[in-house]
Ligand binder design. Structure first.
Ligand code: GUN
Ligand code: FE
Length: 414
């Protein structure tokens, strides 16, 4: 379907600048943006125009790291650090997804929340369970969102109920087969993290990978990093436990990267691997503050994730403002020379930074997928007449997802 939208548009222009189009026309053809125009070109004159008047339209955002089965306990259990948090809250909750009745109820609630959120695309962890994961993928496929979902692999240091022992190869292969027919939701290999995956498991995933994308965790917490050292004494560093299994590359996502060493950063950069920065989770689990300024300035691929339920909030607006806040603490507490993120940089991370994992996604520009949020800030008493970018900043800090009036993915209103 081809159509025109008339309104105000804001897009990321470069890593640190926003571009605004006041009262312009955006033309969408077959899900892709044909251009944003001040005056409508003659050739489009017979297309339907949807007039969103004084609302603000921005590119949709991509949540680069979120756990679907953890949505049900979001906002609870914030008193522990990573390893204890996993053992006390997360693993018992994930064990419940062996029960399809529970999984259906919980995943329905997750999919509804994600559909109503500021994310138009997402990279999602499920659990080890094939059937529940296939069910989640079916629901997501129907939602119209564009998603990558991983059946989690884990075969050590986890409760019996989640431990794949010697079944992970067959499980993974049959899961991949069972979900191959979906359109909007595709599989992503998901070894949980090195402490719960043996070298052999990772090696096998690397072998059956065949260009499939990969997602996992890296260097989130100090005790976790020490643990990896003792589990893999012959690896050069934590990142190497993935690299040597052929699991790094420009279609791999590494969540957190709070404490990466210079060698690990070099490896991430060389392989063009993606970093999913999850500021709220890093705060809630007292993990630490990631050097986002360094990653951004040194051209690493980096985007933002909510990391539900390490993060309690599904809003990518919140991820932006948390990333900015955490970068200020980094400057104040760790490195005075690391300039905090600007609003434009935070917005870039959530749109283009994360979105580029899916291709030409994250900008309102010719050739990009038309993923968009129509925002209504009329409930705010903008007593002073604000410019468009100020209105967006205020929405991000204050209204968050409550400002969403309509949502488009690949040119389809969902
Ligand atoms: N590391 C391994 N598993 C997890 C998880 O579920 N959440 C977070 N934040 N870190 C992890
Ligand atoms: Fe996570």
């Amino acid at each position: 379907m081809n159509f025109i939208i008339k309104s105000n548009f804001i897009t990321s222009e470069s890593k640190n600048s926003l571009k605004t189009y006041e009262n312009h026309y955006l033309v969408c053809e077959n899900g892709v943006i044909s251009g944003v125009f001040r005056a409508l070109p003659e050739q489009y004159k017979n297309l339907d125009i949807i007039d969103y008047k004084d609302k603000i339209i921005i590119s949709g955002m991509t949540d680069l790291h979120i756990h679907a089965p953890q949505y049900a306990f979001r906002g609870l259990g914030m008193d522990l650090e990573l390893i204890d948090w996993l053992n006390t809250y997360t693993f018992p909750e994930e064990s419940k997804y062996n029960d399809l009745e529970y999984a259906e109820k919980a995943y329905n609630s997750f999919v509804k929340a994600l559909k109503n959120s500021s994310s138009t695309r997402a990279c999602i962890f499920a659990t080890v369970h094939n059937d529940a994961t296939a069910m989640l993928m079916d629901m997501l496929d129907k939602s119209g969102l564009i998603t990558l979902v991983g059946k989690v692999n884990m075969n050590r240091n986890c409760p019996e109920s989640l431990c794949e022992k010697d079944t992970y190869i067959d499980n993974t292969k049959s899961w991949l087969e069972s979900v191959s027919g979906l359109k909007n939701c595709k599989p992503i290999l998901t070894p949980r993290f090195t402490p719960s995956c043996t070298d052999y498991l990772m090696q096998i995933l690397g072998e059956i990978r065949n260009n499939l994308p990969v997602q996992t965790h890296l260097s989130e917490n100090l005790s976790e990093i020490e643990w990896v050292k003792s589990l893999c004494p012959e690896a050069e560093n934590y990142a190497d436990t993935y690299y040597r299994a052929n699991l790094m590359g420009n279609n791999s996502i590494f969540a957190h990267c709070v404490y990466c060493t210079p060698k690990e950063i070099e490896l991430l950069k060389q392989t063009k691997s993606y970093i999913a920065h999850c500021p709220q989770s890093n705060m809630n689990l007292a993990s630490g503050i990631a050097p986002v300024r360094y990653y951004l300035d040194n051209d690493l691929n980096i985007g933002l994730g909510t990391d539900i339920a390490g993060g309690a909030n599904i809003s990518m607006f919140r991820a932006i403002t948390d990333a900015i806040g955490m970068s200020k603490l980094y400057m104040r507490l760790i490195d005075e020379s690391a300039k905090p993120l600007s609003f434009a940089e935070g917005f870039y991370l959530a749109t283009v930074g994360s979105g580029s994992f899916f291709g030409k996604v994250g900008k309102l520009e010719k050739g990009y997928a038309f993923d968009a949020l129509v925002l209504d800030d009329s409930e705010l008493d903008n007593i002073n007449k604000l410019k468009l970018t100020d209105r967006l900043e205020r929405i991000s800090y204050y209204l968050e997802d409550r400002a969403i009036y309509a949502k488009y993915v690949n040119g389809i209103k969902i």
